[in-house]
Design a protein around this ligand. Sequence first.
Ligand code: BDR
Ligand code: CA
Length: 309
Amino acid sequence: AKKVILDVDTGIDDALGIMLAVRSGALDVLGITTVNGNVSLLKATENTCKVLQLLGVEREIPVIKGADRPLLRGSFFEHRVHGEDGLGGALRDMPVRQQPAPGFGPDFLIEQVRRHPGEVTLVMTAPLTNLALALLKYPQLANEVKEVVVMGGAMLTFGNVTPSAEYNMYVDPEAAKLVLQAGFPALTMVGLDVTRRALLNEEHIAQLGDTPIGRYVEQSTADYMQRYYERNGVRACALHDPLAVGVAISRELVTTRHLHVDVETKSELCDGQTVCDIQGRLGRPANAHVCLDVDADAFLAMFIQALLG
Ligand code: BDR
Ligand code: CA
């Protein structure tokens, strides 16, 4: 199985991404690092532990706390989207049994990559603060990681926080810039162009059945789907973070273009916007495989099958 570390701000869709990663059988999850994002670091960490408890793997997968704020900016929580607790209320009453492992998320990334050089895939589904801090401390990380898959940004579509910016890029654009400029030989950007097409609907939830996981998915996504319905007239929700996990499992799910990508950090209207140099205007080397199309049916089938176990 492919060795991965997940970096999360759990988050309704982060939780579903963790489930896919743990259940797919294709990944060896070395650990999960948490970060301030959708919710505080503390909540993101508790939610991650609860999800592992629900899956019954809390003894097998360490959770390591990372950064409690973006590099230079203040927090920007998304309780409107993810609910007060971050999981749409679904595990509110579950006691947290798993304690986070000692250590600091960015250091965990460095340790694991040095232990398994050339073998570790990083799946980043949150603001990129932890990876940026790891790179600042240990710049060679970029050459020793196998691959980085980032959920974030958008090339052809509009943003989901501001008209131009996707959430993970918007919250810590300085961190995103450091990551994009670090020189990773294989970085894939799974942005809104594709994640908005990976839609979970009520039929999928029905397929999961009346099981603890099926009930969890139904509860945690209920308000999330309602919000989507109010905006788009369809009851569904985008599986942003699970799609990044899906791409780590199977590259075949998406088609990509290899481009130079940078992030805006100094604009009143466009901070956090990913700027993809489609026509090579900047003359800079390509640094990201930008996803442009997705086989959504194949991805949803993978997702449901993994969760059914
Ligand atoms: C991203 O923003 C967060 O709210 C989600 O968890 C996902 O990582 C989507 O833009
Ligand atoms: Ca997330």
